[in-house]
Design a protein around this ligand. Structure first.
Ligand code: FES
Length: 84
């Protein structure tokens, strides 16, 4: 089972789960805040809405499409501009 770091916390997750699932299992349902401070979180769960984006190893990704792997570092972002 992979161990990753979520906002400084070491977390062990089941094989094959997404980074989004790892966040949600920690109770972190707000993945970011808009420029006006509105809470944003996973909406579609399939890579369409981009609301689940977070930094994984310093790169902005859709967490619902990113498999949790050993050694990853995950940080939520306050505001996201643009898309990847
Ligand atoms: S939840 Fe919509 S892109 Fe990830």
């Amino acid at each position: 089972m992979p161990e990753l770091t979520v906002e400084g916390r070491a977390v062990t997750v089941a094989d094959g789960v997404t980074v989004l699932a790892a966040l949600q299992n920690l109770g972190l349902h707000v993945t970011r805040r808009s420029g006006r401070g509105e809470a944003r979180g996973a909406l579609c769960g399939m890579g369409v809405c981009a609301e689940c984006r977070a930094l994984v190893n310093g790169v902005l990704v859709r967490t619902c499409l990113t498999t949790a792997q050993a050694g990853l570092t995950v940080e939520r972002v306050a505001e996201v501009r643009g898309d990847r």
